[in-house]
Design a protein around this ligand. Structure first.
Ligand code: GCU
Length: 733
């Protein structure tokens, strides 16, 4: 048997090199950026900090070994025992171990230095999330017999279980492998037990393997039936380990999208960062479980666990809940010339440590890596090396990558992973919502034999902000609803998108951000950073994805003070019919799918109630003369619908036409040309960047002139003036 002893207690923490004075007493999991990493200013502490604890030598018998196990030390750790440096580990998200046995005295001082400072070799270095530092997951001692299952290689679990399912026969062939370390391992045997069957085999060159046939196999079938088997391996030396596994078949088809166990199973879900308000990335099992409960309420069937390896406990929860996972390493935003080795070591640890999890469907090579780097041979070679490593370590899974929106769809890098996915933010950072539809339709038409996914999309929203005229960039909950309603419709019309992941399920720590009224946070979450508030769009997706719990949700419950005479009451529900009551009186009923909109005249204070079957939702609103200033982000003028697009003559050009259509017309194009020439002089770098990037040119051509002008901060008056000029130009018949 093996013994695991927790070392989470009794640490002395030092923000600098340990001194004779006592440090700060801390318990793991711990991060030193729990506060300064989430309050904005991008000034959180980055450097080398130290964790020190006194360690007495455990009782050992018959050559037992003592290993230190660290499950997460961000970002680079060094382990010292009694002043002797025993190990260095570069990568803040994976388990690593150190054999302490031969260095232990009766009483010892264990020091672990952890560094999260800038450097040019360990990823991540440039990204939109806080690089928290600390021993933020468990630290343990593992005591094993002299001959034991492997501990040293890449933080391995010691056993690898490969189930191969034959759906037609209803069987699975399960290959169990184990690796053994220690003097005399050749004299040992390993007994594997799978589904009640046991085979005992010799250890040869430190390796043992057995194959089992499971008849009438019980499939791991996603959220409906995530059945898990357990494989155990027992060494004649007495060591024993186990690994859960699931029998399932994943396929990604360019036309059909994702298939689970032979049936269409579009992956529709969200992304998650591993952090939380006030805790940073030092999460407890209870916090992981609470996140999973929220994911199950949402009804997501997939998770992109961005942008790095997550805790074993969370992959375990995904196995148990049938959530299909995109796992990835933090090869992100900017390619580092000296970082290739680190991408390979982080990917090797990710796969070796997580191979057995049935929930994992794909290995993500990189995220938006061309955002700040050109596609050159070095970058391509790094991706080829990663892709080959993935297939060498795991012949059962596909590779993917998340591409930034301006990466041309013709780029050679897209030919490296098995499947691709794009991060698009049209309708948030730039452009119009329809450009998301156009992008995927163009890609799918040009590459019908290439699977494509939607790895990120989202819009920031502070649930305090509301608007009767929601618009891109206003950080209102109202616009986040408009945005996601469009995206949900777009996705539902394209089942060939193999996976779609909302960015993000939770607001998360991004200390470089100072926006939306919450410095230090990225607020694209459907749920707030503290998990206490589910924003309205959470219920949009719940209505679309969760068919087990009937509900109805009134949007805008935080939009109490309303200036409009007739207000829109929006309801999300997974029921086919919704009835609306105002002050106790039934006013309307609607049948529909997910989104139900009603127009309600308001004059004073009102109780609004939505009912669907036995479920109901109630809120209070009131008519006011002046907009509530708390509903508008400081520094942003309250949005008025200053530009009524209803008056336009559709036979003439207007600012609502697409740039490419306007520029194609000699007269209208000349007017825009003059405007662009004037703009380019002040935005020369933008013009230059666009000139060299056909994807950006194509993307801007699809934008309406209005969204371009708003993006450039043009005033309403100037836009109206330009529109009047364009309205004087007939469109070609
Ligand atoms: C990118 C990036 C994310 C980031 C997101 C955003 O797509 O992959 O890490 O948080 O954009 O800007 O919100």
């Amino acid at each position: 048997m093996r013994t695991i002893i927790s070392l989470n207690q009794n640490w002395q923490f030092y923000k600098t090199k340990p001194t004779d004075s006592t440090g700060e007493a801390v318990t793991l999991p711990h991060t030193w950026n729990a506060v300064d990493g989430q309050d904005g200013g991008n000034d959180y502490h980055r450097g080398t900090c130290w964790y020190v604890q006194k360690l007495s030598r455990p009782e050992l018998e018959n050559g037992e070994r003592v290993w230190l196990q660290c499950k997460g030390a961000a970002m680079t750790a060094e382990v010292y025992l009694n002043g002797e440096k025993l190990a260095r580990h570069e990568g803040g998200y994976s388990t690593f171990r150190v054999d302490l046995t031969d260095h232990l005295g009766d009483n010892n001082e264990l020091c672990i230095s952890v560094d999260n400072s800038d450097n040019d070799t360990v990823y991540p270095q440039k990204a939109d999330f806080t690089f928290y530092g600390g021993l933020y997951r468990d630290v343990e001692l593992i005591i094993v017999p002299a001959v034991h299952f492997a501990l040293g290689y890449c933080g391995t679990p010691g056993m690898k279980v490969t189930p191969v399912v034959d759906l037609d026969a209803g069987t699975a062939v399960v290959t169990a492998e184990a690796w053994v370390e220690g003097e005399g391992s050749e004299k040992n045997t390993v007994s594997f037990t799978v589904a009640g069957q046991t085979q005992t085999v010799p250890v040869v060159d430190g390796h043992a393997q057995a194959a089992f046939i499971l008849e009438n196999v019980h499939l791991w079938d996603g959220v409906d039936n995530p059945y898990l088997y357990t494989a155990t391996a027992s060494l004649s030396s007495g060591d024993e380990i186990s690994a859960r596994f699931g029998c399932r078949k994943f396929e990604i088809n360019p036309q059909k999208g994702f298939l689970l166990n032979g049936r269409s199973y579009p992956l529709r879900g969200v992304s998650r960062h591993q952090d939380r308000q006030k805790s940073g990335n030092a999460l407890t099992l209870e916090m992981h479980k609470e996140d999973m409960a929220i994911i199950r309420e949402l009804g997501a069937n997939t998770l992109r666990l961005a942008h790095y390896q997550h805790a074993q406990e969370f992959y375990d929860l995904c196995d148990e809940n049938g959530i299909v996972v995109w796992a990835e390493i933090p090869y992100i935003t900017q390619h580092l010339t000296n970082g290739c080795a680190n991408t390979l070591s982080q990917m090797e640890e990710l796969i070796v440590q997580n191979y057995n999890h049935p929930c994992i469907a794909v290995w993500g090579l990189s995220n938006e890596i061309t955002a700040a780097s050109t596609v050159n041979e070095e970058l391509l070679e790094n991706h080829r090396a990663l892709n080959e490593l993935c297939h060498k370590l795991d012949s059962t899974r596909l590779t993917t990558m998340a591409d930034v929106f301006m990466l041309e769809i013709e780029s050679p890098i897209l030919e490296i992973p098995d499947v691709n996915s794009y991060n698009l933010y049209f309708g948030w950072y730039l452009g119009d919502l329809e450009q998301n539809d156009e992008f995927f339709d163009e890609y799918h038409e040009k590459y019908p034999d290439r699977a494509i996914g939607f790895s990120e999309y989202g819009a920031d929203a502070n649930p305090q902000y509301h608007s009767v005229y929601p618009e891109r960039g206003d950080y209102t909950e109202s616009y986040q609803c408009v945005y996601h309603e469009h995206m949900l419709q777009m996705i539902e019309a394209r089942p060939w998108l193999w996976a779609t992941h909302v960015w993000n399920l939770f607001d998360f720590g991004a200390d470089g951000r100072e926006e939306g009224g919450k410095p230090g946070q990225n607020q694209k979450g459907l749920v707030t950073f503290d998990r206490q508030l589910k924003k309205d769009p959470f219920y949009l997706y719940k209505a679309a994805w969760n068919q087990t719990e009937a509900f109805v949700h009134l949007c805008g419950s935080r939009y109490v003070d309303r200036t409009e005479d007739v207000t829109e009451i929006k309801v999300y529900s997974n029921q086919p019919e919704v009835t609306l009551y105002v002050d106790g009186k039934q006013v309307a009923s609607q049948t529909g799918h997910v989104v139900f909109k009603f127009s309600v005249p308001i004059t004073g204070e009102h109780t609004i109630e939505a009912r669907a079957n036995d479920c109901h939702s109630v809120m209070q609103i009131k008519k006011v003369e002046e907009p509530n200033p708390n509903y508008t982000m400081p520094g942003r003028a309250p949005v008025v619908n200053w530009f009524d697009q209803g008056d336009d003559d559709p036979t003439c050009f207007s600012v609502n036409d697409k740039m490419a259509d306007i520029q194609a017309d000699p007269k209208a194009g000349a007017i825009i040309g003059q405007m662009m020439a004037k703009g380019a002089s002040s935005h020369g770098d933008v013009a230059e960047a666009v000139k060299d990037n056909p994807a950006l040119i194509r993307m801007m051509g699809r934008m309406t002139l209005l969204s371009m002008l708003k993006q450039a901060g043009t005033s309403a008056e100037q836009i109206q003036q330009l529109n009047r000029v364009l309205q004087g130009i007939k469109k070609p018949q």
